[in-house]
Design a protein around this ligand. Structure first.
Ligand code: IMP
Length: 190
C-alpha cells in the first residue's frame, strides 16, 4: 500500500536515512560523554533520558537504541497555552514518575523553537537537584529562539522558518507516524 499521508508532503527536509545516521552519531557521542560518571563511580546511576511527549517519542525510541551503554527512561508531557495572550506559558500535563535528585538528566526533545518549553523544563528540573541536565533535540530552530537555552546535542539545525511534520512531529495531532520530516502541502493546512 502506498503511504497515503506521505503524499500530503510537498518537500522532504530530512529523510529516514539521514535521521538514522544522525541518531547513530548522537547516540555514540552521548555514550562517550556519560561514560566517565557511570564507569568510575559505581554509586552513580546511568543517565536518565527524559522523553518530552508526544513529539519526541519516535526520536527517543531510535536514539536510545543507538546508545551502546546503560540508560534509564522517564517521560514528561507539557503543553503550551498557545492562545497568544501569554506567549511562552507552558503547562505541565504529566510529570516524571521518579525523583531525579542526583541523576544525570538528558532531556530529549523533538524541536527547540522559541525555547520556552525547554526553558520551563530545565528550570523545573533544576529545582529537583539533579547532578546534571543536558538537552538533546532532533531539530534546533536556531533563528526562532526567544530564550537563552543551549542545546547540547542537535540532530539538525533548521535556519528556515518552516512548520515541519513527521518522525513524531504533528500538525493537529496528525503525521507523527511519517518516517521522515517534511513540509505539508498548503491544501492540508487548515
Ligand atoms: P518552543 O517552546 O517554542 O521551543 O516549542 C517547542 C515545541 O513546539 C516542540 O516541542 C513542538 O512540539 C512544537 N513545535 C515547534 N515547531 C514545530 C513544527 O515546526 N512542527 C511541529 N511542532 C512544532
Amino acid at each position: 500500500m502506498t503511504n497515503k499521508i506521505a503524499e500530503r508532503v510537498s518537500r522532504v527536509l530530512f529523510s529516514a536515512e539521514q535521521i538514522r545516521i544522525r541518531a547513530h552519531a548522537i547516540g555514540e557521542q552521548i555514550a562517550v560523554d556519560y561514560a566517565d560518571g557511570a564507569a568510575k563511580d559505581l554509586q552513580r546511576r546511568p543517565p536518565l533520558l527524559v522523553c518530552v511527549l508526544h513529539g519526541a517519542l519516535v526520536f527517543m525510541a531510535d536514539l536510545a537504541r543507538e546508545i551502546p551503554t546503560e540508560v534509564e527512561y522517564d517521560f514528561i508531557s507539557v503543553s503550551s497555552y498557545g492562545n497568544g495572550t501569554s506567549p511562552g506559558a507552558v503547562r505541565l500535563v504529566k510529570d516524571l514518575e521518579r525523583p531525579i535528585e542526583g541523576r544525570d538528566v538528558l532531556i530529549v526533545e523533538d524541536i527547540v523553537d522559541t525555547g520556552y518549553t525547554i526553558d520551563y523544563l530545565r528550570r523545573g528540573f533544576a529545582a529537583r537537584r539533579p547532578a546534571s541536565i543536558r538537552i538533546c533535540s532532533l531539530i534546533d530552530k536556531v533563528a526562532r529562539r526567544e530564550t537563552e537555552v543551549q542545546v547540547d546535542y542537535v540532530g539538525f539545525p533548521l535556519e528556515e522558518n518552516a512548520f515541519i511534520v513527521g518522525y513524531g512531529m504533528d500538525y493537529q495531532e496528525l503525521y507523527r507516524n511519517l518516517p521522515f520530516i517534511g513540509v505539508l502541502k498548503p491544501e492540508y493546512i487548515k
